[in-house]
Design a protein around this ligand. Structure first.
Ligand code: HEM
Length: 362
């Protein structure tokens, strides 16, 4: 029987120079963002700029959850409307043939309860990526990553594809030799598989009511499970992922399970370092809800404009019960506000947080 670590504010231990490192990261991101906006004559997200599908769906919290799982948003067995945005990690529009990390952002609407920050909203966002850890998992390490990312706006898609191939080969060799994979290699070494078959992770921890957890979403219905590990065809072109998502949802529903991995030991499952994978054998990912995505037009022009230009997904759009935890999460509080503010200002579009699903265009 596991003992779940109880949430308390002093689980977070800020770095002494955290403010300054965060300032550097945000300033570097903004510089890259301005270059990208000038290139496209349009403001994009500082990260996860390219969307592949925007879906309306429903989050169904499971009935009868045990006390340790029935926390925060998951305390009551009820359904919430959600907006999901599939994306790719860079802050520029790259070919879908470049194998980089993919995103799955879920905005749960109409969630009652005290807020993590005083934003007056009623949304709970979960921002997930198809990798269990953030290889640069503290703000100090992330500031180093920024130096790699800063070079990317000047690199072509084929240079990035080659860098990915070299990194995957290096990762395989190191893995076979039983050697640790350096964070820089891990970041570049994503495989290019069908986005709908992937499993997505919060990478970093968040408060889970009385406890602490990482969140993940995994394919549940057989039609998306069958896509796991299916490579994206090379000849499918620059927008292969959008075409796959649109083609799938033209006549298919899909289901994903939302899971919580609770912290049972602060040494092996640290809160301050998101590069450490919490061992599944010490604490499994336990299912708390089903995400139902019905068949629909996943990429109408109106939807793309709304999701890319109006909406902002942000880990700090959160209940107090799901407060983001650790230095990476704290740095995101400033980074997302900056990126979203710049994007909306550049495009002359007002920031708006939806209250109902009716606001998502068909
Ligand atoms: C725990 C690791 C992280 C995960 C899982 C994650 C995930 C995501 C996802 C899925 C999106 C796309 C949201 C959408 O569809 O609109 C996103 C956007 C973004 N991410 Fe992260 N991210 C992480 C860490 C970071 C860090 C450390 C920073 C910077 C300090 C950062 C900066 C951004 C920015 C600026 C955006 C665009 C925000 C906007 O303009 O609306 N992320 N992230």
């Amino acid at each position: 029987m596991s003992t779940y670590v109880r949430y308390r504010p002093d689980l977070e231990q800020p770095f002494p120079d955290e403010e300054e490192l965060t300032r550097q990261v945000v300033a570097a991101m903004q510089h890259a963002n301005e270059q990208v906006a000038a290139k496209h004559r349009h403001g994009l997200r500082d990260a996860h700029a390219k969307s592949h599908g925007i879906l309306a769906g429903e989050l169904r919290v499971h009935p009868g959850l045990p006390e340790h799982l029935g926390q925060g948003l998951f305390a009551e067995a009820r359904s919430y409307p959600v907006i999901v945005r599939f994306s790719t990690a860079p802050g520029d529009l790259r070919s879908d043939q470049v194998p980089v990390q993919r995103g799955f952002a879920i905005k749960v609407l109409g969630v009652p309860g005290a807020r993590a920050i005083d934003d007056g909203f009623s949304t709970q966002d979960f921002l997930l990526v198809n990798h269990p850890t953030l290889p640069f998992g503290t703000i100090a390490a992330y500031a180093d990553l920024q130096k790699i990312l800063e070079k990317q706006p000047g690199q072509s898609d084929s240079q990035l594809q080659l860098a990915g191939l070299a990194a995957r080969t290096a990762a395989r060799v190191l893995h076979r030799a039983g050697r640790p994979i350096p964070p820089s290699v891990e970041t570049l070494a994503a495989a290019n598989n069908h986005i709908l078959g992937e499993t997505f992770h919060s990478m970093a921890a968040l408060r889970y009511g009385d406890y602490v957890a990482k969140i993940s979403a995994a394919p549940l219905s057989p039609n998306v499970r069958a896509l796991t590990g299916t490579p994206v065809e090379k000849k499918a072109g620059e927008s292969a992922l959008r075409d796959l998502v649109v083609g799938f949802f033209a006549d298919n529903d899909a289901e994903y399970e939302l899971r919580a991995q609770l912290c049972t030991d602060l040494d092996t499952m640290p809160v301050e370092d998101a590069s450490v994978r919490w061992p599944d054998d010490l604490s499994p990912h336990q299912v708390v809800a089903t995400l139902h995505l019905p068949a629909q037009d996943a990429y109408s022009d109106a939807r793309r404009r709304y999701a890319d230009d109006v909406l902002s997904f942000n880990p700090w759009h959160a209940l107090q019960a799901h407060r983001p935890l650790g230095s990476i999460m704290r740095s995101r509080r400033r980074a997302y506000a900056q990126s979203s503010g710049f994007r909306h200002g550049y495009n002359g579009i007002e920031q708006h947080e939806p209250a109902t699903i009716a606001e998502l265009p068909a």
